[in-house]
Design a protein around this ligand. Structure first.
Ligand code: ZN
Ligand code: ZN
Ligand code: FE
Length: 761
């Protein structure tokens, strides 16, 4: 039989995920001789056997990889036979493992779970059990290459038994860097604020309705029994968080089903290795306190993703509130001492451990729409995986937006978004932004020379960029970035129509844009149409108080008559009304805005649904919550095509709303009619632009598309009109996703500038 020899290269996330032992087992199965090695780009295999054996082996390696591996590229090259008589794992040199992708943190696997509940197992009830298929990764990595010595596990030398598992290629823990057991690994303890220690994990305190601060994978959580109304209310009071929904963790899928509807796609997402929070529809009659998600019909739910989480549950306690432990919008707390200081008035007990969290990482938040997952907040379980760009770009740092900041760094054709960093206006979040950037440089082994930033002069990330020396700076318009992100995620490079429904973004005319129709590509855009401008008096004050926006709309559209309607339907005091009107009149602190978010706010306030917001998007979310699926009506509006850009005029919409209000129509019906009107607006503008430009590809982006009704109906409507519609899935449609677009736009801008100067005579 003719013998064959091949060198096989596998690139992608293939290290720290059990790839080599997997290859080792496959080699034995297929009678393959040779070796496997971690190399600079991934894994290299030398395989000898018959053609048929190698073929079958290669197919299994590539198409049946370990669960956590993400193969980006693979190929094989014929070699001269070297007559190996065994198959072995070659030792790699640390220095040549710089370019390998790092895995995100992975939820506990079934094998490890079985061990922690087996009284006979040496890891029975051990909260830090992990293996090559699961456990911490990104949150503990301090440097590359990924080795125990470069993680926060370096404090814990392995005991002989763990060391044996680590060295044995046939073992599930072969080269599992965070491998640990009760003898040698990290330990957990329960204490109060004074430092008094208590036995156990605090079950009885949770049962009594007390609040625990629990140190997890990417940070601390505040935890209480979710079925205990008093406990939930206490947590709200102590955290000074009245309305923003809490996430819960349920012991099992069956428990989740008790409270929420779970579709097959949602089940898949809940049980995926990332184990994110999934936003689910609550049953109308579940027996969880409504206070967990006041005013809305959805609930953010996740399953236990560490051994410690599993151990927190008990037969009589199957649902826990698990909310990020932070103060207002500051970063998640990751440090034991910091927790004791900052949570002293919130938590009754602290469940601590002695493994350091190096990279802070919030729980990711996701949702399933039309059977497809969409990431809303991208962090634990997804970071630092890349988003593939349509082509290779030089190393770029894109600084992202202001709220929900996430920057991104590029390498090759990968865009690596950072974990969600939050509102950079908060000192702590900005600090985290500052120290996470160099960490990404280290992790990716790049030094960006191109830096993209948002046009908004007040954004912290933009100020940061403008203070950098020795780099090419590229300002990028906010909604152009939204559009480009959506294009990049979908691999588009041609001209498209970007439909952006957004809250706030700085426009090229200095106004606040938000409901935009942009025709263009990565190189540039034309603003083809937008919502007509309204004054935004007092900026952020009005963002927090939708009633002020409703007043503005009524006054601008209908003058004295509008003011009378405002008096009838809004709750604003006379003084506040005067202040707003004076601001508009004198233009004090008043900028014209075409924001889609503010339109939703204003309507929400007019209908009396939400007059003051406590968290971003609250007014729109509550307006969406009351939708009536049976209602099919909508309001009129005008599309003004006299001048370019075209403008959407909302006068008839507001007339319709006032007429319905006066007729005593229910707010459920009015909310639905309003939502449907926005869908009509998008459709009419898109069709108008298509008839003029012939562009048939539409990309959707912007934070307002988190509104499920708006997204689903827009998609349906545009698809029916035979548009090709693209939208986000792996990166957020909100500002957490714009850095990817900024990066690819910056690449085009720099290319064109240097191209032009090089070509000119
Ligand atoms: Zn495991
Ligand atoms: Zn051990
Ligand atoms: Fe935005």
């Amino acid at each position: 039989m003719q013998k064959a020899a091949y060198q096989i290269k596998i690139e992608g996330v293939v290290q720290g995920v059990g790839f080599r032992p997997h290859v080792y087992r496959l080699a034995a199965e297929h009678g393959i001789l040779g070796w496997v090695l971690n190399s600079s780009e991934g894994v290299t295999i030398w395989a000898e056997g018959t053609e048929a054996q190698v073929e079958a082996f290669y197919n299994d390696v590539v198409y049946k990889p370990p669960k956590l591996a993400k193969i980006v590229n693979h190929f094989r090259i014929p070699q001269t036979h070297e007559n190996f008589d065994t198959f072995f794992i070659k030792h790699s040199e640390a220095s040549d493992r710089k370019d390998v992708m790092i895995s995100p943190d992975v939820a506990i696997c079934e094998d490890c779970h079985r061990e922690i509940v087996d009284p006979e197992d040496r890891r029975y009830h051990y909260p830090f059990t992990n293996c090559t298929n699961c456990g911490p990764r990104f949150t503990i990595i301090m440097d590359v290459p990924y080795d125990r010595a470069k993680t926060t596990m370096r404090e814990f030398p392995m005991c002989p038994e763990c060391g044996h598992e680590y060295e044995d290629p046939g073992n599930r823990r072969f080269h599992a860097q965070p491998n640990a057991c009760p003898v040698c690994g990290p330990q957990v303890w329960l204490q109060d604020i004074q430092g008094n220690r208590y036995p156990g994990l605090g079950h009885e305190y949770l049962r009594q309705g007390q609040i625990l601060a629990v140190k997890g994978l990417g940070g601390f959580h505040l935890v209480c029994d979710a079925t205990n109304e008093t406990a939930v209310r206490n947590l709200r009071r102590r955290k000074r968080r009245e309305f923003k929904p809490f996430a819960v963790m349920c012991q099992s899928l069956d428990v989740i089903r008790r409270y929420c509807q779970v579709s097959p796609a949602e089940e898949e997402l809940l049980t995926s290795t990332a184990c994110p929070i999934v936003i689910l529809d609550r049953h109308r009659t579940d027996d969880l306190p409504r206070d967990i998600s006041p005013g809305i019909d959805t609930l953010g739910v996740m399953l236990p993703y560490t051994p410690l989480h599993h151990l927190l549950f008990a037969d009589d306690m199957e649902t826990l509130v698990m909310t990020s432990a932070n103060i207002s919008d500051d970063p998640l707390i990751i440090d034991n001492d910091e927790a004791l200081v900052k949570l002293k008035d919130i938590a009754d007990y602290f469940l601590m451990h002695n493994r350091q969290i190096f990279n802070r990482c919030d729980d990711s938040v996701t949702t399933v729409i039309n059977g497809k997952p969409q990431v809303i907040r991208r962090a634990r379980g997804y970071v630092p995986l890349p988003v593939e760009l349509p082509y290779e770009v030089p190393p770029i740092l894109a600084c992202g937006g202001e709220l929900k900041n996430s920057f991104c760094m590029t390498k090759g054709n990968g865009a690596y978004p950072s974990q969600h960093l939050g509102d950079l206006n908060h000192y702590g979040n900005y600090q985290q932004f500052l120290y996470t950037i160099p960490r990404f440089e280290t992790m990716l082994n790049v030094k960006p020379e191109i830096v993209a930033y948002d046009l908004h002069p007040e954004y912290m990330a933009a100020k940061y960029a403008k203070n950098m020396g020795n780099v090419k700076l590229v300002p990028v318009q906010h909604h152009h970035a939204h559009m480009a992100s959506s294009m990049a995620e979908n691999g588009l490079t041609e001209k498209v129509l970007g439909v952006i429904c957004d809250g706030t973004g700085y426009g090229t005319d200095g106004n606040i844009w938000g409901f935009e129709f942009l025709v263009g590509d990565y190189c540039g855009f034309d603003r083809a149409a937008h919502l007509s401008y309204q004054p935004l008096p007092g900026g952020d004050v009005t963002v927090r108080c939708p009633e002020r926006m409703a007043l503005t709309y009524l006054h601008q559209l209908f003058g004295e008559e509008g003011l009378a309607a405002a008096k009838e339907f809004l709750n604003l005091s006379e003084t506040e009304t005067k202040v707003v009107l004076r601001q508009i009149e004198n233009g004090i602190n008043t900028i014209p805005t075409s924001s889609c978010g503010r339109l939703f706010d204003a309507v929400s306030a007019l209908l009396g649904v939400c007059r003051v917001v406590q968290y971003e998007g609250q007014a729109a979310i509550e307006l969406e919550t009351i939708l009536d699926p049976a209602e099919t009506g909508s309001y009129e509006f005008e599309l003004n095509t006299g001048l370019k850009p075209y403008t959407i005029q909302t006068g008839p919409l507001w007339q319709g709303l006032l007429k319905d209000l006066q007729a005593g129509r229910s707010k459920e019906i009015m909310s639905t009619r309003f939502h449907r009107t926005v869908v009509e607006m998008i459709d009419r503008v898109a069709e108008t632009i298509r008839s003029e430009t012939g562009i048939n590809k539409v990309v959707l982006s912007g934070g307002v598309f988190q509104n499920r009704f708006l997204f689903v109906h827009t998609l349906e409507r545009l698809t029916k009109a035979e548009f090709e519609v693209y939208y986000h899935a792996r990166i957020p449609t909100n500002d957490g996703g714009i850095s990817v677009g900024q990066a690819i736009i910056a690449n085009e801008v720099v290319k064109n500038v240097s191209g032009n100067s090089g070509e000119s005579n």
